[in-house]
Write a protein that binds this ligand. Structure first.
Ligand SMILES: [Zn+2]
Length: 340
């Protein structure tokens, strides 16, 4: 089959990696790491579809889109394939002899292990995708670890995360880690256009997105309800010396939120040092839709800016351990207040 499909934009590195493998040489476990919104889960779903497709093909990646297996994969990402299991977020441990249903909402680590120990329905591989993997307890992590230590034949497990440092080293060491880079701006534009956004909207959002489709979509949805919007409101309140209510930092959002704060601080430095061109200063900014608020902030010297960025970097490092997210945001708030 020379016209196999693989509907994933860019990501040439991961594509090359998998196309150099075969069903016999693919590993039992993978960790896809990288920022939110760079295509880790999309890639994993298309990889699963490729592995389960019954059409013949020359490379590991690719599917015909029409076989009895492919029709169970929807374009929206939803799948009804009995040999593909997907779960996002925290895994609980679950009762050893509980109901054991595979309802997405209450999937537990024990469910995963039990289901994947069964025979495949179609006689081929079984694929597990744990998106933004997290564990509700050490016991849940240990249940998955035991499974990864002695995986049943014919199972491929893919975990995705934007904070690989938070995983148990023992789990991480069982997985082949592939780092997913930030996307080029043109790729983000293409993805947004394919999602039905106009060229103008796509280009405007991609310019603000720093290589992440998730961030681009947040700006298109309007910032009021988005993480980016709540972080920015909190940032400007903090910079004004107030103690805003902290509504954005949770285990899931901390890393992404700190990334947004870094982009704001970087723009604050650019504007304070007159580094932006006089004519269209907003073009030099990463968060240009906040240009007006940024220009109202007190001046931030080069040394003070570098120091603030270093403190936020340190907070990001701490955030990847199991520390309380509210405490990290408080450390960052103090650093912002004392910066200028
Ligand atoms: Zn197929």
């Amino acid at each position: 089959m020379s016209d196999a499909l693989f509907d994933v934009a860019a990501l040439e590195g991961p594509k090359r990696y998998f196309n150099a493998l075969s069903r016999d040489t693919i590993a039992h476990g993978y960790l896809f790491s990288g920022d939110a919104g760079v295509g880790k889960k999309t890639f994993a779903r298309r990889l699963a579809q490729s592995l389960l497709c019954t059409g013949s093909k020359d490379t590991l990646l690719g599917y015909d889109g029409t076989c009895s297996s492919c029709v169970l994969f929807r374009a929206s990402g939803e799948s009804h394939h009995p040999d593909f299991f997907e779960h996002s977020g925290a895994l609980k441990i679950g009762e050893a002899d509980g109901g054991g249903g595979f309802a997405a909402d209450d999937l537990t680590a024990r469910d995963v292990v039990r289901q994947l120990s069964l025979q495949s329905y179609s006689g081929g591989l079984r694929v597990l995708l744990l998106g933004d993997v997290d564990f509700a307890s050490p016991a849940a992590a240990n249940a998955l670890l035991k499974f990864l230590e002695e995986p049943p034949n014919g199972v491929v497990a893919i975990l995705t995360t934007n904070a690989p440092e938070r995983l148990l080293p023992t789990i991480r060491s069982r997985l082949v880690e592939l780092r997913f880079p930030l996307l080029a701006r043109g790729t983000v534009v293409d993805v947004l256009k394919r999602l039905g956004h106009s060229k103008a909207d796509a280009e405007a959002a991609a310019a603000l997105a720093g290589g992440s489709v998730t961030r681009a979509l947040a700006t298109l949805d309007g910032d009021e309800e988005s993480l980016r919007g709540s972080v920015a409101r909190w940032f400007f309140e903090s910079a004004a010396g107030r103690s805003p209510e902290q509504t954005w930092a949770s285990r899931e959002t901390l890393d992404e939120g700190l990334q947004t704060i870094k982009m704001l601080v970087r723009d604050w430095c650019v504007l304070s040092q007159g580094a932006a061109p006089k004519k269209a200063p907003a073009d030099a900014l990463l968060m240009r839709d906040y240009a007006t608020e940024l220009t109202k902030l007190p001046e931030l010297g080069a040394a003070a800016g570098a120091e603030l960025l270093a403190k936020i970097g340190e907070a990001q490092r701490i955030a990847r351990t199991n520390v309380n997210p509210g405490m990290v945001s408080e450390i960052v708030r103090m650093a912002i207040v004392s910066a200028p």
